[in-house]
Design a protein around this ligand. Sequence first.
Ligand SMILES: [Cu+2]
Length: 161
Amino acid sequence: MNIVAALRPKVRSKSLASLALAVCLAGLTLAACQRSPSGPEIVISEAWGQPLPASAANGAIYMQIRNRGDQPDTLLSASSPVCSALELHETEQENDIASMHLAHTGLPIPAGQVVELKPAGLHLMCVDKQADFRQGAAIPLSLEFEKSGAIALEASIRLPP
Ligand SMILES: [Cu+2]
């Protein structure tokens, strides 16, 4: 009896994670072995920033951070080769005056949810930008998550949707 046949009765009654493990034990695919059966799965989409005059010192970047996994994760920090710092900011509205402050602690990304960085809310602030935020430009970013590690992406500079 080979190992796949031996495992089959158990696999039928269990989850996909067990199936992945069975495939892993059978040595059929390396990819199945490297994927943990559960955890966060971060997908970042629609990263963008508004076009700005070249003289503007800072530029805001927005995006949707989705966690398709079954465990929470936390955005710890962000960086870009074209920003002196890439800070997580939160905009607050008080008496018709908008002000920004640094969000000091990490940003939780709960399992199965989407955290939206958008105008008048959370954003990443490219401080002392060295890139021109002209329409059509792409700004390289790297976001560091507690469990998922670093995720690289580009934000496109365009008009608001
Ligand atoms: Cu800001």
